[in-house]
Design a protein around this ligand. Structure first.
Ligand SMILES: Nc1ncnc2c1ncn2[C@@H]1O[C@H](COP(=O)(O)OP(=O)(O)O)[C@@H](O)[C@H]1O
Ligand SMILES: [Mg+2]
Length: 276
Protein backbone atom coordinates (compact mmCIF):
# COMPACT_ATOMS: atom_id res chain seq x y z
CA UNK A 1 0.00 0.00 0.00
CA UNK A 2 1.42 3.36 -1.00
CA UNK A 3 1.40 5.68 1.92
CA UNK A 4 3.99 8.41 1.82
CA UNK A 5 4.98 8.95 5.45
CA UNK A 6 6.54 12.33 4.72
CA UNK A 7 3.24 13.83 3.60
CA UNK A 8 0.72 12.11 5.82
CA UNK A 9 -2.27 14.22 4.95
CA UNK A 10 -1.86 14.65 1.22
CA UNK A 11 -3.08 11.15 0.46
CA UNK A 12 -5.97 11.04 2.90
CA UNK A 13 -8.44 11.59 0.10
CA UNK A 14 -8.26 8.12 -1.30
CA UNK A 15 -7.67 6.27 1.95
CA UNK A 16 -10.69 4.22 2.72
CA UNK A 17 -11.73 5.02 6.27
CA UNK A 18 -14.76 4.85 8.50
CA UNK A 19 -14.54 6.55 11.89
CA UNK A 20 -17.72 6.94 13.90
CA UNK A 21 -18.39 9.34 16.74
CA UNK A 22 -19.34 6.95 19.58
CA UNK A 23 -21.58 9.55 21.19
CA UNK A 24 -23.93 9.03 18.25
CA UNK A 25 -24.13 5.32 19.04
CA UNK A 26 -24.02 5.20 22.82
CA UNK A 27 -25.56 7.35 25.52
CA UNK A 28 -22.18 7.88 27.12
CA UNK A 29 -20.34 11.19 27.01
CA UNK A 30 -16.88 11.35 25.45
CA UNK A 31 -14.11 11.42 28.07
CA UNK A 32 -11.05 11.28 25.87
CA UNK A 33 -10.51 12.44 22.34
CA UNK A 34 -7.49 12.84 20.10
CA UNK A 35 -7.38 15.39 17.33
CA UNK A 36 -4.81 15.16 14.55
CA UNK A 37 -2.50 13.23 16.80
CA UNK A 38 0.83 12.52 15.12
CA UNK A 39 3.73 10.72 16.76
CA UNK A 40 7.33 10.80 15.55
CA UNK A 41 10.26 8.64 16.61
CA UNK A 42 13.01 10.85 15.24
CA UNK A 43 12.14 11.24 11.56
CA UNK A 44 9.91 8.20 11.54
CA UNK A 45 6.25 9.13 11.77
CA UNK A 46 4.60 6.22 13.60
CA UNK A 47 1.12 7.72 13.94
CA UNK A 48 0.06 9.80 10.98
CA UNK A 49 -3.15 10.99 12.44
CA UNK A 50 -5.32 9.67 15.17
CA UNK A 51 -8.75 11.19 15.48
CA UNK A 52 -10.70 9.02 17.86
CA UNK A 53 -13.22 9.62 20.63
CA UNK A 54 -13.64 7.34 23.61
CA UNK A 55 -16.95 7.06 25.46
CA UNK A 56 -17.24 6.92 29.23
CA UNK A 57 -17.75 3.58 30.99
CA UNK A 58 -17.19 1.63 27.83
CA UNK A 59 -14.38 -0.65 26.76
CA UNK A 60 -12.69 0.42 23.54
CA UNK A 61 -10.27 -2.00 21.90
CA UNK A 62 -7.40 -1.07 19.59
CA UNK A 63 -6.61 -3.89 17.16
CA UNK A 64 -4.37 -4.21 14.12
CA UNK A 65 -1.24 -5.92 12.87
CA UNK A 66 2.04 -5.79 14.73
CA UNK A 67 3.81 -2.47 14.16
CA UNK A 68 0.63 -0.66 13.16
CA UNK A 69 1.04 1.88 15.97
CA UNK A 70 -1.41 0.63 18.62
CA UNK A 71 1.05 0.90 21.52
CA UNK A 72 2.43 4.19 20.27
CA UNK A 73 -1.05 5.64 20.11
CA UNK A 74 -2.08 4.25 23.50
CA UNK A 75 1.09 5.43 25.22
CA UNK A 76 0.58 8.91 23.88
CA UNK A 77 -2.77 9.19 25.61
CA UNK A 78 -1.19 9.66 29.04
CA UNK A 79 2.11 10.92 27.67
CA UNK A 80 4.15 7.81 28.30
CA UNK A 81 5.94 8.78 25.07
CA UNK A 82 7.35 11.95 26.64
CA UNK A 83 11.08 11.94 26.06
CA UNK A 84 10.80 9.00 23.65
CA UNK A 85 8.73 10.42 20.82
CA UNK A 86 7.46 13.77 19.64
CA UNK A 87 3.70 14.04 19.81
CA UNK A 88 1.73 16.75 18.04
CA UNK A 89 -1.99 17.40 18.02
CA UNK A 90 -4.51 17.52 20.82
CA UNK A 91 -5.36 14.98 23.50
CA UNK A 92 -8.55 16.21 25.05
CA UNK A 93 -9.29 14.70 28.43
CA UNK A 94 -12.71 15.95 29.51
CA UNK A 95 -12.10 18.94 27.28
CA UNK A 96 -8.61 19.76 28.58
CA UNK A 97 -5.69 19.32 26.18
CA UNK A 98 -3.26 17.25 28.24
CA UNK A 99 -0.65 17.42 25.48
CA UNK A 100 0.34 20.94 26.50
CA UNK A 101 3.66 21.52 28.32
CA UNK A 102 2.09 23.17 31.37
CA UNK A 103 0.02 20.09 32.25
CA UNK A 104 0.94 18.38 35.54
CA UNK A 105 1.82 15.00 34.03
CA UNK A 106 1.93 13.25 37.40
CA UNK A 107 -1.62 14.31 38.26
CA UNK A 108 -2.84 13.58 34.73
CA UNK A 109 -1.45 10.02 34.98
CA UNK A 110 -3.29 9.55 38.24
CA UNK A 111 -6.49 10.12 36.25
CA UNK A 112 -5.34 8.24 33.16
CA UNK A 113 -3.61 5.14 34.50
CA UNK A 114 -1.76 2.45 32.63
CA UNK A 115 -1.26 -1.30 32.82
CA UNK A 116 1.51 -2.80 30.71
CA UNK A 117 1.96 -5.92 28.66
CA UNK A 118 4.16 -7.73 31.16
CA UNK A 119 3.00 -7.69 34.77
CA UNK A 120 5.43 -5.37 36.56
CA UNK A 121 4.69 -5.42 40.29
CA UNK A 122 7.25 -3.76 42.53
CA UNK A 123 9.53 -6.07 44.45
CA UNK A 124 7.55 -5.32 47.60
CA UNK A 125 4.68 -6.85 49.51
CA UNK A 126 1.21 -7.01 47.94
CA UNK A 127 0.07 -4.39 50.46
CA UNK A 128 2.95 -2.04 49.66
CA UNK A 129 2.37 -2.35 45.93
CA UNK A 130 -1.11 -0.93 46.37
CA UNK A 131 -0.22 1.77 48.89
CA UNK A 132 2.99 2.95 47.24
CA UNK A 133 1.48 5.77 45.20
CA UNK A 134 -0.86 6.80 48.02
CA UNK A 135 2.03 7.15 50.46
CA UNK A 136 3.91 9.18 47.90
CA UNK A 137 0.91 11.47 47.80
CA UNK A 138 1.18 11.91 51.56
CA UNK A 139 -1.61 9.57 52.63
CA UNK A 140 -0.46 7.83 55.82
CA UNK A 141 -3.69 7.09 57.71
CA UNK A 142 -3.57 3.32 58.23
CA UNK A 143 -7.35 3.00 58.05
CA UNK A 144 -7.51 4.78 54.69
CA UNK A 145 -4.63 2.67 53.36
CA UNK A 146 -6.19 -0.60 54.59
CA UNK A 147 -9.51 0.32 53.03
CA UNK A 148 -7.93 1.25 49.72
CA UNK A 149 -5.98 -2.01 49.64
CA UNK A 150 -9.15 -4.03 50.16
CA UNK A 151 -11.35 -2.08 47.73
CA UNK A 152 -8.72 -2.03 44.98
CA UNK A 153 -7.98 -5.74 45.31
CA UNK A 154 -11.70 -6.52 45.36
CA UNK A 155 -12.32 -4.41 42.26
CA UNK A 156 -9.47 -6.15 40.49
CA UNK A 157 -11.04 -9.49 41.50
CA UNK A 158 -8.01 -10.77 43.35
CA UNK A 159 -8.91 -10.06 46.99
CA UNK A 160 -10.00 -13.59 47.83
CA UNK A 161 -6.76 -15.01 46.47
CA UNK A 162 -4.44 -12.69 48.41
CA UNK A 163 -6.27 -11.44 51.50
CA UNK A 164 -4.36 -13.82 53.79
CA UNK A 165 -0.94 -12.94 52.41
CA UNK A 166 -0.93 -9.19 51.98
CA UNK A 167 2.54 -8.96 53.50
CA UNK A 168 4.03 -11.58 51.17
CA UNK A 169 6.03 -10.51 48.14
CA UNK A 170 4.02 -9.64 45.06
CA UNK A 171 6.62 -11.49 43.01
CA UNK A 172 5.47 -14.79 44.54
CA UNK A 173 2.12 -14.48 42.75
CA UNK A 174 1.36 -16.16 39.43
CA UNK A 175 1.56 -14.07 36.26
CA UNK A 176 -2.20 -13.72 36.08
CA UNK A 177 -2.41 -12.67 39.72
CA UNK A 178 0.43 -10.21 39.24
CA UNK A 179 -1.41 -8.63 36.33
CA UNK A 180 -4.61 -8.25 38.37
CA UNK A 181 -2.47 -6.83 41.19
CA UNK A 182 -1.12 -4.28 38.70
CA UNK A 183 -4.70 -3.37 37.83
CA UNK A 184 -5.44 -3.02 41.56
CA UNK A 185 -2.36 -0.80 41.90
CA UNK A 186 -3.54 1.33 38.99
CA UNK A 187 -7.04 1.79 40.42
CA UNK A 188 -5.84 2.48 43.98
CA UNK A 189 -5.27 6.13 43.05
CA UNK A 190 -8.85 6.38 41.74
CA UNK A 191 -8.24 7.01 38.06
CA UNK A 192 -10.90 7.90 35.55
CA UNK A 193 -9.48 6.06 32.56
CA UNK A 194 -7.46 2.85 32.40
CA UNK A 195 -5.15 2.18 29.47
CA UNK A 196 -4.02 -1.41 29.00
CA UNK A 197 -1.46 -2.59 26.46
CA UNK A 198 -1.99 -6.26 25.67
CA UNK A 199 -2.43 -7.06 29.36
CA UNK A 200 -3.16 -10.73 28.72
CA UNK A 201 -0.41 -11.49 26.24
CA UNK A 202 1.76 -13.19 28.86
CA UNK A 203 -1.13 -15.07 30.51
CA UNK A 204 -2.56 -18.55 30.11
CA UNK A 205 -6.20 -18.95 28.98
CA UNK A 206 -7.60 -19.32 32.51
CA UNK A 207 -5.84 -16.19 33.77
CA UNK A 208 -6.88 -14.39 30.59
CA UNK A 209 -10.50 -15.31 31.27
CA UNK A 210 -10.26 -13.94 34.80
CA UNK A 211 -8.64 -10.75 33.55
CA UNK A 212 -11.42 -10.27 30.99
CA UNK A 213 -14.10 -10.78 33.64
CA UNK A 214 -12.31 -8.22 35.79
CA UNK A 215 -12.28 -5.66 32.98
CA UNK A 216 -15.98 -6.21 32.30
CA UNK A 217 -16.72 -5.48 35.97
CA UNK A 218 -14.43 -2.46 36.02
CA UNK A 219 -16.18 -0.67 33.20
CA UNK A 220 -18.96 0.25 35.61
CA UNK A 221 -16.47 2.60 37.30
CA UNK A 222 -13.82 3.29 34.68
CA UNK A 223 -13.41 4.03 31.01
CA UNK A 224 -11.16 1.39 29.50
CA UNK A 225 -8.98 1.49 26.40
CA UNK A 226 -7.21 -1.76 25.65
CA UNK A 227 -4.73 -2.78 22.98
CA UNK A 228 -5.15 -6.41 22.12
CA UNK A 229 -3.55 -8.67 19.59
CA UNK A 230 -6.33 -11.13 20.22
CA UNK A 231 -9.38 -10.43 18.09
CA UNK A 232 -11.58 -12.85 20.02
CA UNK A 233 -10.70 -10.90 23.14
CA UNK A 234 -11.72 -7.62 21.52
CA UNK A 235 -14.95 -9.23 20.34
CA UNK A 236 -15.67 -10.66 23.81
CA UNK A 237 -15.10 -7.62 25.96
CA UNK A 238 -15.15 -4.37 24.01
CA UNK A 239 -18.00 -2.07 23.10
CA UNK A 240 -16.06 -0.15 20.45
CA UNK A 241 -13.13 -1.24 18.32
CA UNK A 242 -10.55 0.73 16.36
CA UNK A 243 -8.65 -0.99 13.58
CA UNK A 244 -5.12 0.37 13.12
CA UNK A 245 -3.02 -0.13 10.04
CA UNK A 246 0.32 1.51 9.20
CA UNK A 247 -0.03 4.26 11.75
CA UNK A 248 -3.63 5.14 11.10
CA UNK A 249 -6.95 4.26 12.62
CA UNK A 250 -8.79 3.15 9.48
CA UNK A 251 -12.03 2.12 11.10
CA UNK A 252 -13.67 2.81 14.45
CA UNK A 253 -17.13 1.59 15.23
CA UNK A 254 -19.19 -0.55 17.55
CA UNK A 255 -17.38 -3.84 18.07
CA UNK A 256 -20.30 -5.82 16.67
CA UNK A 257 -20.07 -3.80 13.44
CA UNK A 258 -16.33 -4.25 13.12
CA UNK A 259 -16.56 -8.01 13.47
CA UNK A 260 -19.72 -8.67 11.47
CA UNK A 261 -19.86 -5.99 8.80
CA UNK A 262 -16.77 -3.81 8.67
CA UNK A 263 -17.03 -0.97 6.19
CA UNK A 264 -13.35 -0.83 5.21
CA UNK A 265 -11.87 -3.57 3.06
CA UNK A 266 -8.63 -3.78 5.07
CA UNK A 267 -10.53 -4.18 8.34
CA UNK A 268 -12.49 -6.96 6.73
CA UNK A 269 -9.30 -8.69 5.58
CA UNK A 270 -7.78 -8.35 9.03
CA UNK A 271 -10.72 -9.63 11.05
CA UNK A 272 -11.08 -12.48 8.55
CA UNK A 273 -7.51 -13.44 9.43
CA UNK A 274 -5.99 -12.66 6.02
CA UNK A 275 -3.04 -10.80 7.51
CA UNK A 276 -1.64 -9.72 10.83
N1 LIG B 1 10.69 3.38 21.14
C1 LIG B 1 10.62 3.38 19.80
N2 LIG B 1 11.60 3.97 19.06
C2 LIG B 1 11.55 3.99 17.71
N3 LIG B 1 10.54 3.44 16.99
C3 LIG B 1 9.55 2.83 17.67
C4 LIG B 1 9.55 2.77 19.10
N4 LIG B 1 8.42 2.10 19.50
C5 LIG B 1 7.78 1.77 18.36
N5 LIG B 1 8.44 2.20 17.27
C6 LIG B 1 8.03 2.04 15.86
O1 LIG B 1 6.73 2.60 15.70
C7 LIG B 1 5.91 1.78 14.88
C8 LIG B 1 4.66 1.37 15.64
O2 LIG B 1 5.03 0.50 16.70
P1 LIG B 1 4.06 0.10 17.88
O3 LIG B 1 3.31 1.29 18.33
O4 LIG B 1 4.85 -0.63 18.88
O5 LIG B 1 3.04 -0.89 17.11
P2 LIG B 1 2.06 -2.01 17.69
O6 LIG B 1 1.84 -1.76 19.13
O7 LIG B 1 0.82 -1.87 16.86
O8 LIG B 1 2.73 -3.33 17.43
C9 LIG B 1 6.78 0.61 14.44
O9 LIG B 1 7.32 0.92 13.19
C10 LIG B 1 7.86 0.57 15.50
O10 LIG B 1 9.05 0.05 14.97
MG1 LIG C 1 2.23 -2.97 20.82
Amino acid sequence: MLINPSSPHSDDGWLERHIVDPSLKSQQPIVLETKQLRVFYGDNEAIHEGDLKFPEHQISALIGPSGSGKSTYLRSLNRMNDGVARVTGEILYRGVDVNRPEIDVYEMRRRIGMVFQRPNPFSKSIYDNITFALKRRGITDKKVLDETVETSLRQAAIWDEVKDKLNKSALALSGGQQQRLCIARAIAVKPDILLLDEPASALDPVSTGKLEETLLKLKKDYTIIIVTHNMQQAARISDFTAFFNMGRALEFDETSQIFTSPKVQLTNNYVAGDFG
